[in-house]
Design a protein around this ligand. Structure first.
Ligand SMILES: [Zn+2]
Length: 340
């Protein structure tokens, strides 16, 4: 980590276990109860300081079909209910679903029915919803079918709220630039076309605000989970500066189903756990991202999702109270979308 990097800290469940007098006094608690107490303990500190909250869910793979390997498709709706009760408590302004919302059916109509079922459950969650396209979202369906199913016009877009900027990217393209849809691709061939890169560069330049980026496929690895031109995307993300520091404060991704955290050019890339993985509530995974007044990002993870915290650099933190952050209000309809 170099000098300009945000402080990256992983807050493990073990740390909370060790620090909790509640738990020391109750050695016979079941693991389910421990998890409940840990997650409660996680919610408490500085709760009132959050200026923005986002509920994050990813890789739900909802489908009415038997489990395959570790993927328990039919349990997603129950796991989503647990996330819903947590989000009802946290009351996030935004929900971001990071892709692979559904899994394959034998035909388009059945898959559209899966989409309708899971989307109507997500629709009940608090806050404005944004969807990232995952390879499974557009395996059988076309992008238009998926997007109209979730009521979203664009697959890559950005919005502003409370002095922060948020970007959703779409890496569901083949390296020859053809958009995914109707089984026309290999899932390892994932790419962000030049037109979207140009849009991203212009969007970040215009924003001049601390920014959070969401993608389904990974921008931090060169293996089969990684976007083929991830290095070009990272170069654009790293070139956006605010007071000499990276304007992009974090990138959140899904796709590889396990917790991970890497850093490139002072930007943390956080991979979130898949909701579909494993059977039972203990294998659920979702999180609430708290953006605090001093620009600290605090990811409160539940069940299998790790909790993490990123502190801003001193110069970034000093900028917060007086400048753009204070003057901007939530602009839920201010979707700056590209034309493609
Ligand atoms: Zn995926």
């Amino acid at each position: 980590m170099n000098q300009t990097s945000p402080t990256v800290q992983q807050l493990s469940r073990r740390a909370f276990l060790q620090g909790s007098t509640l738990l020391l006094a109750a050695p016979a608690l079941t693991s389910a109860r421990l998890t409940e107490l840990c997650t409660r303990k996680l919610q408490d500190p500085q709760e009132t300081d959050s200026k923005l909250k986002l509920g994050l869910i990813t890789d739900l793979h909802h489908a009415d079909k038997p489990a395959a390997g570790s993927r328990h498709y039919r349990e997603t709706l129950t796991k989503l209910e647990e996330a819903a009760s947590q989000f009802a408590e946290d009351d996030p302004q935004f929900i971001v679903e990071l892709g692979d919302l559904i899994d394959a059916a034998d035909d388009v109509d059945t898959e559209l029915a899966y989409l309708e079922t899971v989307h109507s459950a997500i629709d009940q969650l608090p806050g404005e919803k944004h969807f990232v396209l995952g390879n499974h979202c557009v395996h059988t369906l076309t992008k238009d079918e998926f997007l109209s199913g979730v009521g979203q016009e664009q697959s890559h877009l950005s919005w502003d709220a409370e002095g922060w900027h948020f970007v959703v990217l779409d890496a569901c393209f083949r390296s020859d630039g053809v958009a995914y849809g109707r089984k026309n691709f290999e899932w390892t061939d994932t790419f962000i076309p030049q037109e979207q890169l140009d849009w991203l560069r212009a969007d970040l330049e215009a924003a001049e605000a601390p920014t959070i980026v969401f993608a389904h496929q990974r921008l931090d690895v060169d293996n089969h989970y990684g976007v083929k031109n991830a290095a070009a995307v990272r170069q654009i993300l790293e070139s956006a500066k605010l007071d000499g520091q990276p304007a992009v404060r974090a990138v959140f991704q899904g796709h590889s189903h396990k917790n991970d955290l890497k850093e490139h050019g002072g930007i943390p890339y956080c991979t979130l756990v898949a909701m579909v993985e494993g059977s039972g509530a203990e294998n659920n995974g979702f999180s609430t991202l708290h953006i605090e007044e001093d620009q600290t990002l605090r990811l409160t993870g539940f069940r299998q999702q790790s909790s993490r915290e990123w502190k801003p650099t001193a110069s970034a933190a000093n900028r917060t109270p007086d400048s753009a952050a204070k003057s901007l209000r939530i602009q839920p309809n201010n979707i700056k979308a590209a034309t493609s």
